[in-house]
Design a binder for this molecule. Structure first.
Ligand SMILES: Cc1cc2nc3c(=O)[nH]c(=O)nc-3n(C[C@H](O)[C@H](O)[C@H](O)COP(=O)(O)OP(=O)(O)OC[C@H]3O[C@@H](n4cnc5c(N)ncnc54)[C@H](O)[C@@H]3O)c2cc1C
Length: 380
C-alpha cells in the first residue's frame, strides 16, 4: 500500500489549511448554540474548490483521485473548528455527488454536478419515520403520471434538507416489489409539492442543518429519474459505500487537532507543583488518543487505497466507519477528562468535539449495522 502523497497533493493540503484557518473559524462559537448554518463559509469553500474536489473537470470540479480527496477531507477537518460545516460538506461530496455522477444521465450530470461544485446545497434522502436501519422498507411512493411521476411521502433526519437546492430522494414505484421497486429521483427546490421543515435542534454537529423533506404530490419529470426504475438499491448502496468509507475523514483531522491541543494543555497546566502531563493517568490518556488517531487513519487510508485499486471494500469500509466513529467518541471524552473543568465548560471549546462525535455512531449506518456487515462478511 502506498500512502505517500505527491508534492501536488501536499501543496493543495497546505493551501487548504491556510485558507480554512484564515477564513472559516471565526463564526463557529456564535453559530453553534443557535444551530446556525454558516452559509457564507459554505460558499467560500465552494469558491475555493472544496465541493468540487471529486467532481470531474468537465463539470467544473478538480476531478481528484480518491486518495488525494480523502487526504484533503482530513485536512479540512483538521483546520476547521466547525465540525458541523466539515460534516455537511463531506456529506454532500460523498452521497448526492457520486449518486448523480455514477447513475445520472449526461443532462443531469451537466446540470447538477456543475451546480453542486459551484456551491448549491444537495441532500440525499432515504430515511423515513418507519425506515431507519431497515432502509428499504420505505413508504414514499412514486406513481407514474403523464411525463413523469408524482411523489408522496416524508423523509426524516436529512442532512442539509432545510437549505437544500437539490435533493436525491428514494421512493418505491411499486410497494409489492419490495427492494426491486425502490427508485431514485433528482428533485429541485421550487418543484410544486416539495417542501422542507426548519432545522431540527440536536446534540452535536449543530451547525449542520438537518430536517425533513415533505413530498406532497410532487411532480418529477421522467428525465429526473436516476437510472432505471427499480435500481434505487444499487444507487443507494454505491453512494452509501462512498459515504460509509470517507464521511469520517474529517473526524480524523479533528482528532489530530484535538490531540495537539490536549498535549499543549497538559504540558502547561500545573497541579501539585508539576505539569499534569507528568501524571501517568493523564499521559496514558494522551497515548491512547494517539493510538486511536493512527489506527483510524490507517483504516481510512486502506479503504481509499483499495478503492484506487478497484478492489471490493465492503468489509474494510464497515471496519473503518465503526472504528473511526467509536474512537472519536473515546478520544473526545479523554480530551474532556484531561482538561478538567475547562473540558466541561462551553467557552473553552473542548466539549463541542464530544457532542459532535456522537452523531457518528448513527449516521451512515449505526455501529450495530457496521458490526452486522462485518459479521456477514466474515461468513457469520
Ligand atoms: C447526524 C445525522 C445525519 C443524518 N443524515 C441523513 C441523511 O442525510 N439522509 C438520510 O436518509 N438519513 C440521514 N440520517 C438518518 C440515519 O440514516 C438513521 O438515523 C440511521 O439509519 C438509523 O436509523 P434510526 O435512527 O431510525 O434508528 P433505528 O434503525 O430505529 O435503530 C435504533 C437502534 O436499533 C439498532 N438496530 C436497528 N436494526 C438493527 C439490526 N438489524 N441489528 C442490530 N441493531 C439494530 C440500531 O443500531 C440502534 O441502536 C441521519 C442521522 C443523523 C444522526
Amino acid at each position: 500500500m502506498d500512502f505517500g502523497w505527491n508534492e501536488n497533493a501536499q501543496a493543495r493540503r497546505s493551501s487548504l489549511i491556510e485558507f480554512v484557518r484564515n477564513e472559516l473559524n471565526d463564526d463557529v462559537a456564535a453559530n453553534e448554540p443557535e444551530c446556525k448554518f454558516a452559509s457564507r463559509n459554505w460558499q467560500k469553500c465552494a469558491k475555493f474548490g472544496v465541493h468540487g474536489y471529486m467532481v470531474p473537470a468537465e463539470y467544473g470540479g478538480a476531478g481528484l483521485d480518491v486518495q488525494t480527496s480523502v487526504y484533503l477531507m482530513e485536512a479540512l477537518g483538521y483546520a476547521c473548528r466547525d465540525n458541523g460545516l466539515t460534516f455537511a460538506i463531506l456529506s454532500q461530496m460523498l452521497s448526492i455527488q457520486p449518486a448523480i455522477a455514477l447513475f445520472g444521465s449526461d443532462t443531469l450530470k451537466e446540470d447538477y454536478l456543475t451546480r453542486l461544485a459551484a456551491g448549491a446545497c444537495g441532500a440525499f434522502a432515504i430515511s423515513e419515520e418507519s425506515s431507519g436501519s431497515d432502509t428499504y422498507s420505505l413508504k414514499t411512493t412514486a406513481s407514474r403520471v403523464k411525463g413523469g411521476y408524482r411523489l408522496n411521502g416524508e423523509k426524516k433526519f436529512i442532512t442539509l434538507a432545510p437549505v437544500a437546492d437539490i435533493a436525491v430522494v428514494f421512493a418505491t414505484v411499486d410497494a409489492e416489489l419490495g427492494e426491486w421497486g425502490v427508485t431514485g429521483f433528482v428533485i429541485e427546490r421550487g418543484q410544486e409539492g416539495f417542501s422542507t421543515t426548519e432545522t431540527r435542534p440536536k446534540m452535536g454537529l449543530r451547525t449542520t442543518p438537518i430536517g425533513d423533506i415533505v413530498l406532497d404530490d410532487c411532480f418529477v419529470p421522467e428525465s429526473h429519474r436516476l437510472g432505471a426504475e427499480g435500481t434505487g438499491v444499487a444507487i443507494f448502496n454505491k453512494a452509501m459505500e462512498s459515504e460509509r468509507s470517507y464521511i469520517l475523514a474529517g473526524q480524523i483531522g479533528a482528532m489530530e487537532r484535538q490531540l495537539e491541543e490536549t498535549i499543549k494543555f497538559v504540558r502547561k497546566r500545573r497541579q501539585f507543583g508539576t505539569p499534569i502531563a507528568k501524571f501517568q493517568s493523564v499521559a496514558n490518556r494522551v497515548a491512547d488518543m494517539k493510538l486511536r488517531l493512527e489506527t483510524s487513519r490507517l483504516l481510512l487510508y486502506k479503504v481509499a487505497w483499495l478503492e484506487s485499486q478497484g478492489t471490493p471494500l465492503v468489509l474494510e469500509a464497515a471496519l473503518a466507519n465503526l472504528h473511526l466513529s467509536e474512537t472519536f467518541v473515546e478520544s473526545s471524552l479523554d480530551a474532556v477528562r484531561n482538561h478538567g473543568a475547562r473540558g466541561y465548560l462551553t467557552e473553552y471549546e473542548i466539549e463541542r468535539d464530544l457532542r459532535d462525535s456522537i452523531g457518528g455512531l448513527t449516521y451512515s449506518g449505526t455501529s450495530d449495522i457496521q458490526r452486522n456487515i462485518i459479521a456477514r462478511m466474515l461468513g457469520l
